[in-house]
Design a protein around this ligand. Structure first.
Ligand SMILES: [Zn+2]
Length: 608
């Protein structure tokens, strides 16, 4: 069923309106016999049944709307919504619009006569510059809040119980279309409606009600969206809510806001700001999807950087938000807070919007909600190889680390605009600020865990536990760990390692000599034997792909090993060349015979 939103975008040049109403709308629909029997009811004079669609049947409005929609299909500038029919005259001048309007109205009349749809004269609003339509006022300048509704809000008494709060918030939500800050201002009132909350009305609730009443007096006029002109979305987040506004040529087209869930309230500032863009895109999906020239303005500078960096560098939660935004052709730009007047006025008053939505919008909202849940459930820790115990340990140490505590609050509150304004303690994290996030008390840089100072020696020892070289240690640590200056600390640690130094001279470096690169898989393979847990294994590696196969060897005889090669070669391919060392299994008569039979060259390298 079409709703107001589905009509608004068709009205950019609307100047004259006529609103007609179907007379006894439902009673114009004939029931078929089967349906008719279903409406049978008892009376003192026996059983009766309806022949026409009666009032009070729950499906009646939908059935009627669909019928009316079908009957009036194909008429341009005629918009049936519920049992109202809106005729819109568009044009660049009044005369033009009037002409346009008359033609459309005439077409509607002709159609009504054809399909025998009767209209009511009582509710007719004929050729007016402003029309009351579903609780709003459509005018040539745009969509306005109905003054009656505004007056009703202003006259509502301060709520005195939960029911009262529900009524008040519910009613104000009706004007949410005009109030981008509603969700935020409503926050204290919403808390009162929580289950198991004890009713306690304090001054902040009075203040919230007063502020809402103040806000509804300043509702803007929303202009109609013009599909041929570029659009801008402004979005903003505050402690408790998100607000966004769709603009064209500096004027608001639509606004929306929503409250943050308790989990979302703990997001890092950059994540909240990104979430507000996601919210805007998904809420205004029908304005944005599939079009170019969308500018997203944010007053949070670090967000710009994250949009220009590779997706992989972003923390997991941001990553999934950025992915959701890939649906839209966005250009994200920075705009200083004071210039973001709309989103600023809006995001401080948020509504948990519950008005009826179109199918499409509902779909968009559903996907938004799943998105939201998905994003909420992303646990950074699930994505790397750190055990739960280790994470708990890191959290405990993070809690005791003064610097990381300061860092945590900066991440959550948002970074200042320039490096000089950043607290000295956390300044060394400035270059990577876009990649930092907090989850369950642990700080992450992209996918890596930020290690508190007290744990760093232990981590160094762990990283170097196998006594591999400094470079290799760093490469390994890079996957999971982070702290400023980690690379030089690892190098330093390795260079001072007594075990390594003792063996350093013995383990002289051999020059690396690479094999020639084969042209196809299994052209050249290497073989070797190794022992693990007291058992012998055969390893075969393909030089082309580095693909390997491991076989368990029951014994070390040449016969057994050759049997294993044959199985592998038969499965994959006959190699041109086989490389192995000079072990007894590789140097006997059997292997030479095998090589000759299977026509491959056997090359041996000196055993190290
Ligand atoms: Zn070592």
């Amino acid at each position: 069923m079409p709703t107001l939103e589905d009509v608004l975008y068709k009205l950019p040049k609307a100047r004259v309106f006529t609103l007609v109403d179907a007379r006894d709308a439902f009673l114009q629909c004939k029931l078929d016999e089967h349906s008719s029997y279903m409406t049978t009811f008892w009376t003192p004079w026996g059983r009766k049944r309806w022949l026409k669609l009666p009032f009070g049947v729950s499906v009646a409005p939908e059935v009627y709307q669909r019928k009316q929609h079908e009957l009036l299909m194909g008429l341009s500038g005629v918009e049936p919504i519920a049992d109202d029919i809106l005729v819109v005259g568009c044009g660049d001048s009044d005369e033009e619009a009037e002409c346009d309007h008359d033609a459309k109205l005439l077409a509607l009349m002709v159609r009504c006569r054809q399909v025998k749809l009767r209209l009511s004269i009582k509710k007719l609003q004929f050729k007016v510059p402003e029309v009351h339509f579903h609780g709003h006022i459509l005018s040539s300048t745009g969509l306005k809040a109905d003054p009656e509704k505004v007056k009703a809000v202003l006259e509502m008494p301060h709520p005195s119980d939960v029911k009262g709060v529900q009524r008040f918030v519910g009613f104000v939500t009706y004007l949410a279309k005009f109030l981008p800050r509603l969700s935020e201002v409503c926050e204290p009132l919403r808390r009162l409606m929580d289950k198991d909350t004890i009713w306690l009305w304090v001054p902040k609730h009075d203040a919230a009600v007063r502020e809402i009443k103040q806000l509804v007096t300043q509702t803007p006029v929303l202009r109609y969206c013009n599909v041929s002109k570029p659009v801008t979305i402004q979005s903003d987040s505050s402690q408790y809510g998100l607000g966004c506004c769709l603009m064209q040529e500096g004027q608001p087209v639509a606004v929306a806001s929503r409250a943050l869930t308790p989990t979302e309230q703990n997001y890092a500032q950059i994540e909240k700001e990104c979430l507000s863009i996601v919210f805007a895109c998904q809420h205004f999906h029908h304005y944005l999807y599939g079009r170019d020239n969308i500018t997203a303005e944010t007053d949070h500078k670090p967000l710009i950087a994250i949009f220009s960096k590779p997706l992989l560098n972003a923390p997991k939660r941001l990553q999934s938000m950025l992915l959701a935004l890939q649906n839209y052709n966005l250009k994200v730009v920075y705009k200083p807070g004071p210039e973001m007047y709309v989103s600023d006025t809006l995001s401080r008053a948020t509504a948990s919007g519950t008005h009826t939505r179109s199918m499409h919008e509902q779909h968009a909202v559903c996907s938004l909600q799943t998105e939201q849940v998905d994003v909420e459930h992303i646990n950074q820790a699930d994505y790397h190889n750190v055990t739960d115990q280790c994470l708990i340990q890191i959290r405990q140490h993070t809690d005791r680390d003064g610097q990381l505590q300061a860092l945590r609050s900066v991440i959550l509150m948002g970074w200042p605009d320039c490096r000089e304004e950043t607290a000295l303690a956390v300044r060394e994290y400035w270059p990577v600020k876009e990649e930092l996030s907090v989850q369950n008390g642990v700080i992450f840089k992209s996918q890596r865990v930020v290690i508190p100072r007290s744990l760093r020696p232990e981590m160094l020892a762990r990283v170097h536990s196998s006594h591999i070289g400094g470079e290799a240690c760093y490469r390994q640590a890079c996957d999971t760990l982070y702290w400023p200056g980690m690379q030089s600390e690892i190098k330093d640690y390795v260079s001072k390692c007594t075990v390594c130094n003792e063996y350093a001279i013995e383990q002289q470096r051999e020059t690396m000599m690479s094999h020639e690169l084969p042209m196809r898989p299994w052209q050249i393979v290497s073989l070797d034997l190794f022992q693990h847990s007291g058992k012998d294994f055969l390893l075969i590696v393909d030089h082309y792909s580095d693909f390997w196969e491991i076989d368990l060897l029951p014994d070390l005889s040449a016969e057994t090993t050759i049997k294993r090669y044959k199985a592998q070669f038969a499965r994959y391919c006959q190699p041109d060349r086989v490389i192995s060392d000079n072990g007894p299994q590789f140097s006997g008569v059997e292997i030479r015979k095998f090589a000759a039979e299977w026509e491959f060259e056997h090359v041996t390298t000196p055993k190290s």
